[in-house]
Write a protein that binds this ligand. Structure first.
Ligand SMILES: *[C@@H]1O[C@H](CO)[C@@H](O)[C@H](O)[C@H]1NC(C)=O
Ligand SMILES: *[C@@H]1O[C@H](CO)[C@@H](O)[C@H](O)[C@H]1NC(C)=O
Ligand SMILES: *[C@@H]1O[C@H](CO)[C@@H](O)[C@H](O)[C@H]1NC(C)=O
Ligand SMILES: *[C@@H]1O[C@H](CO)[C@@H](O)[C@H](O)[C@H]1NC(C)=O
Ligand SMILES: *[C@@H]1O[C@H](CO)[C@@H](O)[C@H](O)[C@H]1NC(C)=O
Ligand SMILES: *[C@@H]1O[C@H](CO)[C@@H](O)[C@H](O)[C@H]1NC(C)=O
Length: 344
């Protein structure tokens, strides 16, 4: 402010000098080398004095203005110093203050943002460090794995080579052994199959024999009425007492021929009673061939005389057993019976 005042004074002095030059121009007096005063010159001087007075009054007015301005400026300075006169504060200062406070707020915000960013950066840096560490560990693991796989591959190669080299001989030996064993097993199997076939056949035969042996045959059949027979005829025994395992009993009842359908060893027994005096004879037959002959002799008393025969015969299926008269005589039906039993 002091500077401004000095400038204003200086410009005032310059202004005064200018008026002096105007004066000389107005008066028409040459500025340098004037030799004599005239009336004209006096008048001109008076005028000049009047003008000088005017100038002085102007100067006074100007100084007053300056004083006023100085007062105002002093007041402004005071106000500025005390800072409690918002009314007189210039708009620029208020704006500046406003801007300053805004800037402060913004600066605070920026500071906060910066702090947050710094924290985030720190976190990211930490994470990055952890990741770096993990990455290093992973790299190391990968290297280890790679090494391990190389090692394993080498082992596998050497194993394959050793297997290939040392075991070809073994494989050939084993193959040859297996071939020998296979052929032995085949031969043994063949002979076993043959044995089995033979055995099966034998078993079937034995089974058939057992089956036949297991089949029971038993018959006892007796005569009905007394009947006269001439020699060489089949004696009939139509009254059946026991019949087991016999299919064609009706044939036997009708003809007196016992047709053995099952082969085996049989007990064959016949007793015949003759009515009337005199010797008589009958025979036991298998397929028309006599097995046994029985003589019936008469005694001193009565007129019924009997004789019996018992034999064991080997029978094949289809053989015929029968009792035939040899001489002619009358046979008592009631006291004559025919018995056959298969023993085994
Ligand atoms: C001086 O006054 C004369 C006549 O009034 C004028 O022509 C001339 O320009 C003036 N000179 C100066 C320097 O003002
Ligand atoms: C100062 O700033 C506030 C908020 O930005 C605004 O409302 C007000 O008008 C401003 N004052 C001046 C004088 O610029
Ligand atoms: C991987 O194998 C190479 C060569 O065998 C060896 O030099 C290196 O030390 C091994 N690295 C590790 C991590 O075992
Ligand atoms: C295979 O060969 C090796 C070495 O030649 C031998 O030690 C091993 O007993 C053999 N194995 C068989 C099953 O022959
Ligand atoms: C024996 O004979 C019976 C009856 O005919 C039959 O069921 C069985 O299968 C036979 N067994 C054999 C070993 O032939
Ligand atoms: C005995 O019986 C068998 C079977 O039924 C038959 O084939 C055969 O002809 C019979 N024999 C006689 C002499 O009737």
């Amino acid at each position: 402010m002091d500077l401004t005042m000095q400038v204003r004074f200086l410009s005032c002095i310059i202004l005064t000098a200018c008026h002096g030059f105007l004066l000389t121009n107005k008066t028409g007096i040459p500025s340098v080398g004037t030799s004599a005063f005239t009336d004209y010159h006096y008048l001109m001087l008076t005028d000049a004095l009047g003008a000088q007075k005017q100038l002085l009054s102007q100067m006074e007015t100007f100084v007053l203005q300056l004083q006023n301005q100085l007062k105002t400026v002093n007041q402004e300075v005071k106000d500025l110093k005390s800072g409690n006169s918002a009314v007189h504060q210039s708009l620029a200062v208020v704006e500046l203050k406003n801007e300053t406070s805004e800037l402060r707020v913004k600066t605070t915000r920026l500071q906060n943002s910066y702090d947050i960013l710094q924290k985030k950066f720190d976190t990211i840096q930490n994470e990055n460090n952890v990741l770096k560490h993990d990455n290093a560990a992973l790299k190391s693991q990968i290297t280890d794995s790679h090494n391990l796989s190389i090692h394993t591959k080498q082992q596998l190669d050497s194993l394959t080579h050793s297997i290939a080299a040392s075991n070809i001989q073994n494989v050939t030996t084993i193959q040859s052994n297996v071939d020998t064993l296979t052929s032995q097993v085949k031969s043994r199997l063949h002979s076993l199959e043959q044995n089995y076939a033979l055995l099966s056949k034998e078993i079937r035969t034995v089974n058939g024999t057992i089956k036949e042996m297991d089949q029971h045959v038993a018959l006892t059949s007796c005569g009905k009425n007394d009947a006269d027979y001439i020699g060489g005829h089949l004696i009939k025994f139509p009254v059946t007492k026991t019949s087991i395992g016999i299919n064609n009993i009706a044939e036997f009842v009708k003809t007196g021929q016992f047709n053995c359908s099952k082969s085996g060893v049989y007990l064959f027994s016949v007793f015949v009673t003759r009515v009337g005096n005199g010797d008589s004879q009958f025979g036991m037959y298998r397929n028309d061939h006599p097995i046994s002959s029985v003589m019936i002799e008469y005694g001193a008393k009565g007129n019924h005389f009997s004789g019996s025969g018992t034999v064991v015969v080997q029978i094949s299926a289809g053989d015929i057993l029968s009792a035939n008269t040899v001489s002619s005589f009358r046979v008592s039906g009631t006291y004559s019976c025919f018995t056959v039993i298969k023993i085994y």
